[in-house]
Write a protein that binds this ligand. Sequence first.
Ligand code: AMP
Length: 356
Amino acid sequence: MLKPGDTIGILGGGQLARMMTLAAAPLGLKCHIFAPEGDNPAFDVAAARTIAPYDDIEALEAFARSVAVVTYEFENVPARTAEILSALVDVLPNPRALETTQDRFIEKSFIRNLGLLVPDFLPVDSVESLMAAVATLGRPSVLKTRRFGYDGKGQAMLKPETNLADAWSAIGQSPAILEQFIPFEREVSVVAARNAAGALVTYDVAENRHAHHILAETTLPAHISDETERAAKEAASRIGSALDYVGVFAVEFFVVGTGKQEQLLVNEIAPRVHNSGHWTLGGAETSQFEQHIRAIAGWPLGSVKRVGRIEMHNLIGSDVDRWQDFVTEPGLYVHLYGKAESRPGRKMGHVTRVLP
Ligand code: AMP
């Protein structure tokens, strides 16, 4: 169990690391950020920083020795990095959660084996296997690289007219899966936290609207039945326990059908704090960032009670130029990430309204 004054190591220096570091401070915990060269907004608020590539063994070992536990803000932590660190210090969530969620084929197989529904999928590793997969799953369908995809990157939609060789090239001819296209009613997610004692809490289900594959808006409560709300939380709970997970994670779902036909398909698991949980800063009694720190510190988890109806808006690219409007609105929770440069599609901040 960590004590006030201890230091948490975080791999990655983006906004998620920044918000975890800010949440650790009131608990008396410090953070040491390890990130490669670049614009690292977490550096502004951290007690210590290491700038080095993720394969710099000497830097990783020195980092591991300077902290009480290591966590991360992104799922693409190289396996070798996790291995070097975990020889010296606890890495939480455990490297198994990384292995399972880094590869879409492994991830979807894992979820299906838990008895949860996922869109039908098949592995693809050549144009020939892509043709065979399309013959089975039909079109439209979605070709996704097994690894390193996020915010719609590494994906190609296969329409009736799409040339398969072109689609295979478009995703870089990397090992992939072909997934059935789901004409969903809405997208929802559950943010959950689990600690080493096996206690697990789930926040209310969030409804997410994406624009250009990037999360634009999260609202709560989600427009789903109470039964679907319970099923989503139960699915998250099953996933967290099966991974023997410690920390915060998110499960994203597609909601298909309406009324009695409403059903959930799991889209993906994020083994980290998640953008669809940003509303918890101000909108819940304990934020997802504090919850993650509590879990990896071996502390009791906090209350997940939601304090009102929620509207969270991401500030993407030039949205952030309206910052003066945001800070003028009474009661609006404003989070600006302090990034050096705003670019189209870049997450620059978010704002949350908590309504009665
Ligand atoms: P992903 O990176 O897999 O989360 O995909 C990003 C977004 O693309 C999702 O949030 C959906 O809006 C859309 N998408 C991904 N897979 C599918 C699918 N099988 N059917 C319909 N839409 C999808």
